[in-house]
Design a protein around this ligand. Structure first.
Ligand code: 5AD
Ligand code: SF4
Length: 365
């Protein structure tokens, strides 16, 4: 490892300039960074990966983010919503296979009917799994009442990516209207925290117009917010979106993968006890991408449990992998790859973020 890098890694507080330097390391010299973040992971959270069964509940979305394949104005996909039975079946699969936790994700909707259906589903899942299956929601921006209602119905974790922490860049990637404001997104994250959730956020990496300095800011943003969980992955272009036009501005695939792994490694170093996901987008650009992220510091993976017949319609980006794989196949191949990487799977454990637990016990003192 070069001397300046070694010096940074020994610091008590790694600042934004240090992060920028680490993000700019050439691939040939980033091995030292990954080795260090791997040691931090081993020491702080152990070599364990937790499964969160992913249920893509509905691809109906009222928003029009410029990067996303299921944006409202994209007519190419037929829109679906899973039935209660389909959700329960997937949840029970997770429960019976000792996943201990699921994520219910959807395009953003806020009708009364939607809020009510999710409430009912949470209660059913709680009952059928005797409160043993933890549920994370990833259902976009909602009102404070809705967050509280779903919390009371049994959801205790919520994922809401800030997407990019720079407000000017956010404005470039979203329509200019009241439905898509950076301010509302920030407020949502604080309401979620206030409602009692373990809060997760995240960003996309390698977007058009995004700089290394923006990415360093993203990592500082997670730290300033004292976030419990992070899911971040490379931006993957999609032909049916307005951002496709700017595809010549994005870094080549190998660089986006490398940057994403570096983001995971640095985050593990600056926030040693949080949960970090190895994302599907990473696997889309590199078949070995999730394993690389696990080595560098990630400790959560989200096997897809959405019924296979719907998956072609939940393509946020192109070339999404495993759209035809049945849950058993996915589980077995993940098991094999995670073990090959030297980690074990935290079957039957909720895998709450240690950061959340540590913070809660600080507050209780
Ligand atoms: N590439 C990568 N990630 C994307 N997302 C949406 N569109 C894309 C894309 N083209 C991510 C967003 C969103 C999450 C559900 O999927 O970060 O929060
Ligand atoms: Fe909808 Fe989320 Fe896609 Fe934006 S990123 S269009 S809110 S599904």
């Amino acid at each position: 490892m070069s001397q300046p890098v070694e010096k940074i890694l020994q610091k008590k507080y790694i600042d934004k300039d240090d992060i920028r330097l680490l993000l700019s390391l050439a691939p040939a010299v980033s091995a030292g960074l990954f080795k260090h973040s791997h040691e931090v992971k081993t020491l702080q959270v152990g070599r364990k990966v937790f499964f969160r069964g992913l249920i893509e509940y509905s691809n109906i979305c009222t928003k029009n983010c410029f990067y996303c394949g299921i944006r409202k104005d994209n007519q190419r996909y037929s829109r679906y919503t899973l039935s209660d039975e389909e959700v329960l079946e997937a949840a029970l699969y997770a429960y019976e296979n000792n996943f201990a936790s699921i994520v219910i994700q959807s395009g953003e909707q806020s009708s009364k009917a939607f809020t009510h259906t999710i409430d009912g589903l949470l209660r059913k899942i709680h009952k059928e799994t005797k409160g043993q299956l933890h549920v994370t929601l990833s259902l976009g921006e909602q009102t404070e009442d809705t967050y509280k209602r779903w919390y009371d119905a049994g959801a205790h974790r919520y994922l809401l990516r800030i997407e990019v922490s720079n407000p000017a860049l956010y404005a470039k990637l979203h329509p200019d209207d009241l439905r898509h404001t950076h301010k509302a997104r920030l407020e949502a994250l604080s309401l979620l925290r206030k409602s009692g959730y373990q809060v997760g956020t995240g960003v996309m990496i390698g977007l058009p117009f995004q700089t290394i300095s923006d990415l360093a800011d993203d990592l500082c943003f997670f730290r300033d917010l004292d976030i419990d969980m992070v899911g971040m992955g490379p931006y993957v272009e999609h032909e049916d979106t307005p951002l496709w036009e700017y595809r010549n501005l994005i870094p080549p695939v190998a660089d986006r993968v490398d940057l994403s792994i570096k983001m995971v490694a640095i985050l593990r170093i600056i926030m040693p006890d949080i949960n970090i996901a190895a994302t599907t987008a990473l696997q889309t650009l590199d078949s070995n991408g999730r394993e690389k992220a696990i080595y560098a510091g990630a400790n959560v993976i989200m096997p897809n449990l959405t019924p296979v017949k719907y998956r072609d319609n939940y393509l946020l980006y192109e070339n999404k992998p495993n759209v035809k794989d049945q849950p058993d196949e996915t589980r077995k191949s993940l098991e094999k790859n995670i073990r090959a990487a030297g980690d074990e799977i935290g079957y039957g454990e909720w895998g709450d973020s240690r950061h959340y637990k540590n913070r809660s016990s600080e507050i209780a003192k």
